[in-house]
Design a protein around this ligand. Structure first.
Ligand code: ADP
Ligand code: MG
Length: 158
């Protein structure tokens, strides 16, 4: 049986749930020219490339992408920097699909302190700042619900 919700993103094939997830390769990684390398890591893991676009995020798109952080006022000190870093240049937004795509992609992204992960390999300090959290190379959806919302933000016609 194959079913697809109107808004798709989760396709049922028999008992297998095929998820979609959104990755955003951040501006500093685009400038460093490592976008292909990052995409290759994700593809080589077995996730299938479904769609991609290069674009410059508007402030409104970045605010929607990071909605949960903007709503938390205890984080006022760093959210403007997060939005600035997300909108300061071109990004590559890519949709991948596969079984457990959301979790698998998050595992590949990893943390900036693990050199075997995308963030560990391609995260960078911002200028002289010791805080490289804004320059951690990649955003990845953290749940199927987030993935659906985030994919619609950049691919309204998918
Ligand atoms: P993730 O990107 O792993 O989903 P979050 O959703 O918690 O992490 O945060 C979104 C982005 O905000 C992170 O990718 C990072 O760039 C930035 N960030 C998160 N926490 C902090 C923090 N305490 N200080 C500065 N930047 C942060
Ligand atoms: Mg997040």
């Amino acid at each position: 049986m194959i079913t697809m919700s109107v808004t798709l993103k989760v396709v049922k094939r028999g008992f297998t749930m095929i998820e979609m997830t959104l990755c955003v390769i951040k501006p500093h990684a685009m400038l460093a020219g490592v976008d292909r390398e990052i995409l290759k890591i994700i593809q080589d893991s077995g996730l299938r490339f479904y769609a991609f676009r290069k674009l410059t995020m508007t402030k409104d798109q970045a605010k929607e992408l990071y909605r949960e952080h903007l709503n938390d006022h205890s984080k006022d000190s760093w959210t403007p920097d997060l939005i600035r870093c997300a909108t300061e240049g071109k990004v590559l937004v890519a949709v991948f699909e596969g079984e457990n795509a959301v979790k698998r992609c998050r595992t590949l992204m990893g943390g900036i302190d693990d050199p075997n992960t995308i963030r560990g390999k391609f995260g960078e300090h911002e200028g002289d700042s010791p805080d490289w959290r804004f320059h951690n190379a990649i955003h990845g959806s953290d749940s199927v619900e987030s993935a659906i919302r985030e994919i619609k933000l950049f691919f309204p016609d998918l």
